[in-house]
Design a protein around this ligand. Sequence first.
Ligand code: SLL
Length: 259
Amino acid sequence: GVTIHRPVIYGNIATVLTPAERETSHYPDHTHRWTVAVRSAPSAPDSDVVGGADDLGYFIKRVTFKLHDTYPNPTRNIDKPPFEVSETGWGEFEIQIRITYVAESGEKATTLYHHLKLHPWSITFPMPNASAVPVEPEIPSPENAAKLGPVHSWQYDEIVFTDPFQNFLNLLTAHPPTPLPKASINKKPVPFHSSNPASLEASLKGGVPEFTSAMEKDEADRLEEAKGKIIKEQEKWRATLIEKEKELERLQKLLTSKE
Ligand code: SLL
């Protein structure tokens, strides 16, 4: 009954190529430079990298990033940290990320998916009475996108090992992960995630985001609030249903009395 976990993040950073970079590139249609990575969740102090405080090489043997078929050799095997791939390109696509563990772990590989994000985040809030058709956010011009700074898209996750082999457990306990800071140390922004729309504003101000343990509590609070809203809605609609059923009964009676 032993479980042990390691907090990781996976995702990408993307920047707009400068006109000079575009001119010297072999691919004049490429607009962005990006890096997709799997890293430990905590960031190193005073670092401008998101995550990556700990080297994950003691338990991860290989990370395979499967890029879009428009790339040469789209299957990229990375056999030592940093587990990341940097490329240039013009389009967003789904990247398959396969994490293989060290042989002595006896663990099956884990497969994750990340949608490469090149264009700045924007949220179109659903307006009451607006058409139900989702609005595609407009892609800003390269100049405007460049002004907004790098785009970050990171997902926090925990790799959980249940009843690991004794040797592997020893290996894991010999490498305890750096704990996440409670709050961001140098006032770094919270990484933007669509499940936390309030973080959009801070993410557009720029700065290198950082994962903190406060984010977990914030998310629990958001879920609690959402649950409360759902219960209220449920009560409202249940009352409406009871009212309508009464109305139906009344009209049916009226109908039979007239027959
Ligand atoms: C799209 N479904 O249409 C996506 C495909 C493909 C991205 C995006 C460069 C490849 C290369 C590149 O950015 N491919 O020239 O090596 O948006």
